[in-house]
Design a protein around this ligand. Structure first.
Ligand code: AR6
Length: 183
């Protein structure tokens, strides 16, 4: 298939897309990591809207405006699993669901481009290689339905490992520091 998934070394907040996905927590009231960065960039009106949403379950997603992230139309807040080896299968299904539900929500709102962080791969402790593999498989299957899907890897080790995983799964080519995956 000719659709592409772009892997980028950088913050999801800096991607010029319609929908920016946030790796949030159940409260949707902000936190550290990428959640903190998105709230800082979007400004206090984001928190005001989040307060009206009544939280979010693991594996689900909810949409808000993007406010001071002026080029974006929506922030899609999703809650990844807190990793536990004794519930590994359930964690994987929940992580898959985060990517799928976020993508479907954005499509339903008319967004044509979307950028994702590596959900659960930071504070929530998902094993990095498997977390990236789940992400890349889910994003590759979403990509034909968007004009652009970006997977933004914030840390160097995440970006390098994501390139390797994408290369193994689909084959990749380097394009100005970005990796394009043909699915
Ligand atoms: N800017 C952009 N990306 C970042 C930043 C940043 N400042 N910091 C981390 N990342 P994480 P999780 C990347 O921990 O594991 C929050 O407190 C990071 O490298 O943000 O899903 C929430 O409120 C990784 O690729 O999210 C929750 O309580 C990705 O963002 C909890 O953390 C996800 O790492 C969620 O944990």
């Amino acid at each position: 298939m000719v659709s592409t998934l772009r892997l980028v070394h950088g913050s999801v907040v800096d991607q010029r897309v319609d929908a920016i996905v946030n790796a949030a927590n159940h409260t949707l009231l902000g936190g550290g990591g990428v959640d903190g960065a998105i709230h800082r960039a979007a400004g206090p009106r984001l928190l005001e809207e989040c307060r009206t949403l009544g939280g979010c379950a693991t594996g689900e997603a909810k949409a808000t405006g993007a406010y001071d992230i002026t080029w974006a139309r929506h922030v899609i807040h999703t809650v990844g699993p807190v990793y536990s080896a004794s519930r590994a299968g359930q964690c994987r299904r929940e992580l898959e669901s985060c990517y799928r539900r976020s993508g479907e929500l954005a499509l339903g709102l008319g967004d044509r481009s979307i950028a994702f962080p590596a959900i659960s791969c930071g504070v929530y402790g998902y094993p990095l290689e498997e977390g990236l593999e789940v992400a890349i498989k889910e994003l590759a299957s979403l990509s034909p339905r968007f004009d652009l899907v970006v997977f933004a890897l914030f840390r160097s080790n995440e970006f390098e490992l994501a390139r390797e995983v994408a290369d193994e799964l689909y084959g990749t080519y380097l394009d100005g520091g970005q990796v394009t995956v043909r699915t």
